[in-house]
Design a protein around this ligand. Structure first.
Ligand code: ADP
Length: 558
C-alpha cells in the first residue's frame, strides 16, 4: 500500500530516465544541456534564446488556502497535476522552487513533492543539487566581506557602521547566528560591530536572480542593491563597492535553470527559491518563461497561501516578467479546513463535518480574491487517507454551492492517474478568455498600494504605519524608489497579522512596522510584525532521523 512507503522509498523504487531523453522529449536539444551526472542538467542561456520563436503555452498557478501545521501539499499537487496533464495526452512541464537545507533538516525533511508525485533524484534535489544555493551564499558573503574590508581600509564611502543593512547568510536553520558580534580580535580584524545572519533563501540575491532576465540584467540588479547608509543617511549600493562583477561571476551557473524529472518522467524545471516572506516566493522567471516555450501547459506554484503567494505571483512576478496566467488551482485539504473551523491539531483525525463547513470561509475568501484578479479558479482537494467520505462529500457540495469547480486529487497515492480529473478541468479553464489584471497601479503611493492589498485581499480595515515606517516611506519617496510593487511580509497563518486568527477574520488593522526597498529585486518590502529571516531548528530536528550507508544509500529525507 502506497501509504506505508516513505517518499524516499517510493523515489528509489522508480527507474529514472536519462535526463538527456527527458529534455529531448521536452524539445531541448542536448547541446543546450550542461550535465550534472545522468539525471540532472543545467540549460544554457544561449540554448534558451534559441527557443524565443516558440509559442507560449498556458500558465497554470498552483496556490493554496491559508497554511496550517496540518500541511497542504502545493508541490505535491503541482507535480501530480503536471503528470495528470501528460496522462490525458497534453504536453506539460512543471516549474518549482529549489529546496533550502534549513527546512530539510528542520521540520520539513524535504521539498520535492510527496508519494507518487515527486521530482527525482529527490536526495540530490533536497541536498546540494547543482550548487545554486551555495553559489548564492558565496556571492552574498563576498559582498559582506567587501563591506567590512572597505571600512577597515579607510572607509572612503563613509559607510555608517551602525547602518549596514546587508547581512551574511548561510543555508541552514541556525538561530545562534541571528545576532552576532564580528571583527573581535583587535585592530587587524577590522571594526567591531553587530552583525546578523539570514538563511540564504532570504538574501536579496535570491530574489534578484529569480526576477532577472539574464546575467547582464542580474549584474545590474546586484549593483543596485542597497547595503548600507553613509554618515549623511544616503544609500550605499553594491555598485558603489564595485562588487557586482565578481558576484555575477559567482552566479554565472546558478542563473541557468535546472532540469530534472518527476516519477513519471515529466520534465521538471527546478530553479531558485526566494523566501515567501520577505521576498516573492516563486521559482525563477527564466525557468517559468522557458517552461512556457517548451510546454503547452506550464504548472508552477507560489509559496504560502494565496493571500501572500498568489498576490505576489501576480503583482510582482507577472508584472515584472510580463506573464499572463491562464488558470489558478487552489489546494485545500480537509484537515486544514477543519483547523480553520476551530479544530485543534490533535483532534484532526476525528470526522468533523461542521468544523469543515465553518472552515470553508477561509477557502471562500481566497476564491473570491483569485476571481478579483480576473482569473478562473478550481479547487484541488488534496486527499489524505484519514479524510472521511462524509467530509469529502461536504467539501464538494460547498464548492458546488459556491459555484466553483472542484476536483478530488489523489496524486500523492496514485501519481498522475489520481489527478486526471483536475487536469481536464484545468485544460477547460485555460480555453476560457480571462480578464487578468493587477491589484494596484505601481505608480500609486506606497500607502495606497499597501491599503489595496490589506482591504481587497486580506479584508482588513486599513494599514496602519508606525512612525518609523512613515519616515522610511518619506525617505524612499525622496530617493524616487517608491514606484515599485509591494512585497508584503506577513504571517502566512492568517489573513491578518495575528497568526492565531485562523479562518476568515474581519475587523482588523494591519500594522506595517518597517518599509524598505529591495532595489535589486525591484520591490518594496513592508514588514508586519516580527519576520523570521533566520529560522531555528525544532526540539527534534528532521536531521536526527537521517542516515547514509557505506554505498551512499540515504534514509530519513521523508
Ligand atoms: P507544500 O508545497 O504546500 O509545502 P508539499 O507538497 O511539500 O507541501 O507537502 C508537504 C508534505 O506533505 C510532504 O512530505 C508530502 O509528502 C506530504 N503530503 C502531501 N500531500 C499528501 C497526501 N495527500 N497524503 C499524505 N501526505 C501528503
Amino acid at each position: 500500500m502506497a501509504e506505508f512507503l516513505t517518499d524516499i522509498e517510493i523515489a528509489d523504487s522508480v527507474e529514472m530516465e536519462p535526463i538527456v531523453e527527458v529534455a529531448e522529449r521536452a524539445g531541448l536539444n542536448k547541446d543546450f544541456l550542461e550535465l550534472y551526472g545522468n539525471y540532472k542538467a543545467k540549460i544554457s542561456l544561449e540554448g534558451i534564446k534559441e527557443l524565443d520563436n516558440n509559442d507560449d503555452g498556458k500558465l497554470v498557478l498552483v496556490t493554496a488556502i491559508t497554511p496550517t501545521p496540518a500541511g497542504e501539499g502545493k508541490s505535491t499537487v503541482s507535480i501530480g497535476l503536471s503528470q495528470g496533464l501528460n496522462k490525458i495526452g497534453k504536453n506539460s512541464v512543471v516549474a518549482l522552487r529549489e529546496p533550502s537545507l534549513g527546512p530539510v533538516f528542520g521540520v520539513k525533511g524535504g521539498a520535492a513533492g510527496g508519494g507518487y508525485s515527486q521530482v527525482v533524484p529527490m536526495e540530490d534535489i533536497n541536498l546540494h543539487f547543482t550548487g545554486d544555493l551555495h553559489a548564492m551564499t558565496a556571492a552574498n558573503n563576498l559582498l559582506s566581506a567587501l563591506i567590512d574590508n572597505h571600512i577597515h581600509q579607510g572607509n572612503a564611502l563613509r559607510i555608517d557602521a551602525r547602518q549596514i543593512t546587508w547581512k551574511r547568510v548561510l543555508d541552514m536553520n541556525d538561530r545562534a547566528l541571528r545576532n552576532i558580534v564580528i571583527a573581535l580580535g583587535g585592530k587587524a580584524s577590522g571594526f567591531v560591530r553587530e552583525d546578523h545572519f539570514m538563511i540564504t533563501v532570504a538574501s536579496e540575491i535570491m530574489a534578484a536572480l529569480c526576477l532577472a532576465s539574464g546575467l547582464e540584467d542580474l549584474k545590474g540588479r546586484l549593483a543596485k542593491m542597497i547595503v548600507a547608509y553613509n554618515l549623511d543617511g544616503e544609500p550605499v549600493t553594491a555598485g558603489d563597492l564595485e562588487a557586482q562583477g565578481a558576484m555575477a561571476m559567482l552566479l554565472k551557473d546558478a542563473i541557468k535553470p535546472n532540469i530534472v524529472q518527476t516519477l513519471e518522467h515529466t520534465p521538471a524545471l527546478i530553479h531558485g527559491g526566494p523566501f515567501a516572506n520577505i521576498a516573492h516566493g516563486c521559482n525563477s522567471l527564466i525557468a517559468t518563461k522557458l517552461g512556457l516555450k517548451l510546454a503547452d501547459y506550464l504548472v508552477t506554484e507560489a509559496g504560502f497561501g494565496a493571500d501572500l503567494g498568489a498576490e505576489k505571483f501576480f503583482d510582482i512576478k507577472c508584472r515584472l516578467g510580463g506573464l499572463k496566467p491562464n488558470a489558478v488551482v487552489i489546494v485545500a485539504t480537509i484537515k486544514a479546513l477543519k483547523m480553520h473551523g476551530g479544530v485543534d491539531k490533535k483532534n484532526l483525525k476525528e470526522e468533523n463535518v461542521d468544523a469543515l463547513e465553518k472552515g470553508f470561509a477561509n477557502l471562500g475568501r481566497h476564491l473570491e480574491n483569485i476571481k478579483s484578479f480576473g482569473l478562473p479558479v478550481v479547487v484541488a482537494v488534496n486527499r489524505f487517507v484519514q479524510d472521511t467520505d462524509a467530509e469529502i462529500a461536504k467539501l464538494i457540495e460547498k464548492c458546488e454551492e459556491y459555484g466553483v469547480e472542484v476536483s478530488l486529487c489523489e496524486g500523492w497515492g496514485k501519481g498522475g492517474d489520481g489527478v486526471t480529473d483536475l487536469a481536464q478541468k484545468v485544460v477547460a479553464m485555460c480555453e476560457q478568455p480571462n480578464d487578468f489584471h493587477f491589484l494596484y497601479d505601481v505608480e500609486a503611493s506606497i500607502p495606497e498600494k499597501v491599503n489595496a492589498i490589506v482591504q481587497k485581499i486580506y479584508r482588513g480595515r486599513q494599514a496602519v504605519f508606525t512612525a518609523a515606517a512613515k519616515k522610511q516611506i518619506k525617505t524612499l519617496e525622496g530617493l524616487g524608489l517608491d514606484k515599485m510593487p509591494i512585497c508584503m511580509a506577513k504571517t502566512q497563518f492568517s489573513f491578518s497579522d495575528d497568526k492565531n486568527a485562523v479562518g476568515a477574520p474581519t475587523d482588523f488593522d494591519i500594522t506595517v512596522q518597517t518599509v524598505r526597498v529591495s532595489a535589486g529585486a525591484g520591490f518594496i518590502v513592508c514588514e508586519t510584525g516580527d519576520i523570521m529571516v533566520m529560522p531555528g531548528l525544532p526540539k527534534v530536528p528532521a536531521a536526527n532521523k537521517m542516515d547514509v550507508d557505506e554505498s551512499g544509500k540515504m534514509e530519513g529525507l521523508f
